[in-house]
Design a protein around this ligand. Structure first.
Ligand SMILES: [Zn+2]
Length: 308
């Protein structure tokens, strides 16, 4: 959606054709499907039975993959004429100066049209106010609002953890041309998709999530879930929570994603080799954290308790 200001000039029919042919290849703006579905599967392991049944009711779904199945809905919705206004909600445009200085400032960086942080605040509030109402007392429009809120939260907490969704420079890296595995692409795209796919090494989202969940439980790679919940994690202060998570992801733009600056990644040859080796652990921990935190967040919304 960093490109929506340009694509918006296409007439709807052209926009649709454009979307269908390109959106799933070069113009992805979020963790790709694998990233989002993996985050959702991990979250499914951390929701309590009470949370699971509430979220299933809100999503009107009894599927085993009830969250993974809707985790990329927001990426399709924003390409519809009805959903175009949601495009800015997939990111926050940190106007910092990587690699020398990284920071996110809500007043500076969340635009008038909203951003990922304001969206998480808004949809969390909608879920907090509405989830406990029995389905029988909901009319069709309030049920639709709650369903969309659940789908947005599942997606945007994922997006928030992709470092380049917390960066304004070069349209979040979309205009930084790079080579990956022999293909011309851009820096944003490889963090959404190629690095994640290389990391998953042929596993599907469910398998990859099981693998990461085992690592979370085992504390592999120095992971410590208590650290992932340090600071403010409260549905009574969603803004502070989402800003903390955004700032943490944004810091990786300076330390990893653009560690050597823009010219270095453009000239660095094929990033699927030494660049991947140097930085894949960031993609891995951010996907794991996003999934774990999403599960905890949904528990907090539904039951007020992290462990649901
Ligand atoms: Zn997105």
């Amino acid at each position: 959606m960093h490109y929506s200001s340009t694509t918006i000039r296409f007439r709807p029919v052209l926009l649709l054709a454009f979307t269908l042919s390109f959106s799933f290849t070069k113009l992805a703006y979020a963790w790709g499907s694998l990233g989002h579905e993996t985050v959702a599967w991990i979250a499914q392991s951390y929701v309590s039975p009470a949370t699971e049944s509430t979220i299933k009711a809100l999503l009107e779904s009894n599927r085993t993959d009830y969250m993974a199945n809707v985790s990329t809905w927001a990426d399709s919705y924003r390409y519809t004429s009805e959903g175009r206004w949601t495009a800015p909600l997939h990111y926050i445009d940190a106007n910092d100066d990587p690699p020398s200085s990284c920071s996110v400032d809500y007043a500076r960086d969340c635009g008038d049209a909203g951003c990922s942080v304001s969206a998480i605040v808004n949809y969390t509030s909608i879920l907090l106010n509405g989830h406990h109402r029995p389905s029988s007392s909901r009319n069709a429009s309030s049920a639709a609002v709650l369903k969309d809120a659940a789908r947005f939260i599942i997606h945007f907490i994922g997006d928030l953890h992709q470092p380049l969704h917390d960066e304004a420079l070069d349209v979040g890296g979309n205009t930084i041309n790079v080579t990956y595995d022999g293909e011309d692409t851009n820096l944003h795209h490889i963090w959404d998709t190629e690095i994640v796919e290389q990391l998953a090494d042929g596993m599907d989202a469910h398998e990859f999530a099981e693998n990461l969940t085992k690592s979370i439980e085992a504390g592999d790679y120095g992971w410590n879930v208590n650290g992932w919940l340090s600071g403010v994690v409260s549905v009574n202060n969603t803004l502070a929570t989402a800003m903390e998570w955004a700032s943490e992801a944004n810091a990786f733009v300076c330390t990893d994603v653009l560690q050597e600056g823009v010219d270095a990644v453009e000239d660095d040859g094929d990033l699927s080799r030494s660049y991947y080796e140097a930085h894949y652990d960031v993609a891995r921990v951010q996907i794991a954290k996003a999934g774990y935190r999403l599960g905890i967040w949904l528990n907090l919304i539904v039951t007020g308790r992290m462990d649901g």
